[in-house]
Design a protein around this ligand. Structure first.
Ligand SMILES: [Ca+2]
Ligand SMILES: [Ca+2]
Length: 157
């Protein structure tokens, strides 16, 4: 509710005054905007990386910009992430989810357990300990893959 009120306030100020004044008037009131090239959705900013990297290196790139590999917390966020991926050329994208199919134990990069999952049918199959979006043929659902393979990646802040 507080967020809705804040957003409504921001919107009204924006319409009345334009962006420059908005920033002055409501510093600390409006949700921060996203850096260049980052996409905004709900309270987060997302960056689709522009080169394939191993999981560890991808995580490092996200951390260098004060973010982390994306955690997908619900169906709405998953739909947003997949809709953007469908518009991109690369077919595989690292998420911030790691774990083990054998132990049926998966953890987001912030240490939380998944409350929502979107595995490809038959996955995870133990092929690796990192999770990727699996290309259009699989509708960008999730699969476990080796962390040492290089894939594109998505950061969230
Ligand atoms: Ca998230
Ligand atoms: Ca797999």
């Amino acid at each position: 509710m507080k967020l809705a009120v804040t957003l409504a306030f921001c919107f009204i100020v924006k319409v009345v005054t334009g962006n420059t004044v908005l920033q002055k008037l409501s510093k600390g009131e409006c949700p921060p905007s996203c850096p260049d090239r980052w996409l905004r959705y709900q309270g987060s900013c997302y960056l689709y990386g522009n080169e394939p990297l191993t999981f560890a290196n991808a995580q490092g790139v996200c951390e260098d910009s004060g973010s982390h590999l994306v955690d997908i917390n619900d169906e709405a966020e998953n739909t947003f992430i997949k809709d953007i991926a469908r518009q991109m050329t690369p077919h595989y994208w690292f998420l911030g989810l790691t774990g083990s199919a054998a132990r049926n134990d998966w953890t987001w990069s912030n240490g939380s357990q998944p409350t929502f999952t979107d595995w490809v049918t038959g996955q995870p199959d133990g092929e690796g300990n990192c999770v990727i979006l699996h290309h259009g043929y699989h509708d960008y659902k999730w699969t476990d893959n080796p962390c040492t393979r290089a894939y594109y990646f998505i950061c969230e802040m």
